[in-house]
Design a protein around this ligand. Structure first.
Ligand SMILES: [Zn+2]
Length: 137
């Protein structure tokens, strides 16, 4: 391997403040990061999937749901987060033409699914809009 960039990364294993499941849509990246910081969430395992909780609420195949649940379990095993945050967003490509209320309802379904499979996690539901982050429910 050829070194191309120098940066000192922390070597210590961390305890995550949360496991965050969000979409990979980069438009909401800064808002979500700042929101998490404001909520005291500095170190987190972020699972980025198009549609955020869609793969838990209404997966195209059961394998998708299992894959997401495995990622959450890996986060729990490695970094022991006590809470999980589901963050959907407006104008999501995974929900093309679907009203925000329907997307928000899916987030609640995803939270139910997550609580059923991982009862130790406190699950919180959020919706990122172009003017900020909203709590769902
Ligand atoms: Zn999206």
């Amino acid at each position: 391997m050829e070194k191309l960039f120098h940066f000192d990364c922390p070597r210590e294993i961390y305890t995550a403040d949360a496991c965050v499941i969000s979409c990979f849509d980069a438009r909401f990246e800064v808002a979500v990061r700042k929101f998490l910081k404001r909520r005291g969430i500095f170190l987190y395992d972020q699972i980025k999937i198009p549609g955020a909780g869609k793969s838990l609420a209404a997966p195209e195949s059961e394998a998708d749901r299992d894959f997401v649940l495995r990622m959450v379990r890996t986060s729990i095993r490695l970094h022991r987060p006590a809470r999980a945050l589901l963050v959907a967003h407006n104008d999501c490509g995974a929900y093309e033409g679907i009203a925000p209320e329907v997307v928000a309802a899916d987030v609640l379904l995803a939270a139910q699914c997550l609580r059923a499979h991982e009862p130790s996690l406190a699950v919180e539901c959020y919706f990122a809009d172009f003017d900020g982050i909203y709590r769902i429910g």
